[in-house]
Design a protein around this ligand. Structure first.
Ligand SMILES: Nc1nc2c(ncn2[C@@H]2O[C@H](COP(=O)(O)OP(=O)(O)OP(=O)(O)O)[C@@H](O)[C@H]2O)c(=O)[nH]1
Ligand SMILES: [Mg+2]
Length: 311
């Protein structure tokens, strides 16, 4: 399953800037005026996964396929959006279908970037809380309730080391809260991996905001990753809900696997990497046979065995 995540927030909060950073491409226009985004943009983004890279190195397949998250960037919501104000209302239907929301909140201060309806200085704690309240009310009135949500406080670069604003918001609206600089993350698009790591080190942060964001989405949705190697030809990562059975995992890979399920051959990825290959693992008796009811664990490498259908 590709997880679908909708990006919501007030106009000019930095939604498209974050979306572009997530997509590693400048797909959406960004500008310091409201309603820059009109039509929704979608990006299918591979989930960064070191285990998958290691697995691929050992198996050396023709192709490696990451698990993906689909992000949808929509127009900003304003007061009255559910009644047709602004542009966002047309897209409320779009976000009704997603698995989770990223609610981007303007937490940076910049007089060049206008705010649709501020009663305090944009970027201050008071205004942040007000902004969240406005968007949440519109979502509620637009009948979008009870979705898992991650509040992304889009802070100025100089605030990156501080948790102050996260603390101001945490616990007040439920959901997860994290801070990052969308602008900085977008600038990372142009950097090589090593340059990016160097830059993060200089800023005193180990992991980019995007990596934290994707991990946070995984934990919020209680997702785990399992891997298939398709006889050494194609290594893939798959995300499913924690607690899923081998049969459900098989269905995520191919409906035929589920329909004609016989058994699953399973080994934990750490053990697989240590042994250094499927054949060796089998010879050592480290590959377990599991039935359809087996609960899949995070990091399982699975080979599904399906009955061959007679013509
Ligand atoms: N100073 C500063 N400016 C930012 C930051 N993030 C985004 N911006 C700027 O804010 C403006 C609005 O950003 P967008 O990403 O277009 O905002 P949006 O939420 O997509 O806006 P709409 O599509 O109009 O709803 C752009 O000029 C961005 O460059 C930030 O962290 N700091
Ligand atoms: Mg936009």
């Amino acid at each position: 399953m590709s997880l679908e995540v909708g990006i919501v927030g007030l106009p000019n909060a930095g939604k498209s800037t974050l979306f572009n950073a997530l997509a590693s491409r400048r797909l959406s226009d960004t500008a310091p005026r409201p309603f820059t985004t009109i039509d929704p943009h979608q990006a299918v983004v591979p989930v960064p996964d070191e285990n998958l890279a290691l697995l691929s190195k050992v198996v050396n397949p023709e192709t490696t396929v990451s698990a993906t998250v689909t992000f949808i960037d929509i127009a900003g919501l304003v007061k009255g959006a559910h009644e047709g104000e602004g542009l966002g209302n047309q897209f409320l239907a779009k976000i009704r279908e997603v698995d989770a929301l990223i609610h981007v909140v303007r937490a940076f201060e910049d007089d060049h970037v206008s705010h649709p309806h501020a009663s305090h200085q944009p970027g201050t704690a008071e205004q942040i809380l007000e902004d969240i309240g406005i968007v949440n009310l519109e979502l509620e009135l637009g009948d979008i309730k009870g979705k898992p949500v991650i509040y992304v406080l889009n802070v100025g670069e100089e605030e990156l080391g501080s948790d102050k604003k996260v603390t101001d918001v945490k616990g007040k609206f439920g959901g997860e809260v994290l801070s990052l600089s969308a602008k900085l993350e977008e600038e990372f698009i142009d950097l090589e991996k090593e340059e990016k790591e160097e830059f993060l080190k200089e800023l005193g942060i180990g992991e980019s905001g995007l990596e934290r964001l994707i991990r946070s989405a995984y934990s919020l949705l209680d997702l785990i990753t399992f891997y298939t190697i398709k006889g050494g030809l194609e290594v893939s990562a798959w995300s499913i809900r924690r607690g899923s059975s081998a049969l459900e995992a098989a269905a995520a890979v191919h409906t035929d696997f589920a329909k004609n399920f016989v058994k699953a051959e399973v080994i934990d990825i750490a053990e697989f990497l240590e042994i250094g290959g499927w054949q060796k693992a089998k010879e050592k008796g480290k590959v377990r046979l599991e039935g359809r009811g087996y609960e899949v664990h995070d990091g399982d490498v699975i080979e599904f065995k399906a009955a061959v259908q007679k013509a």
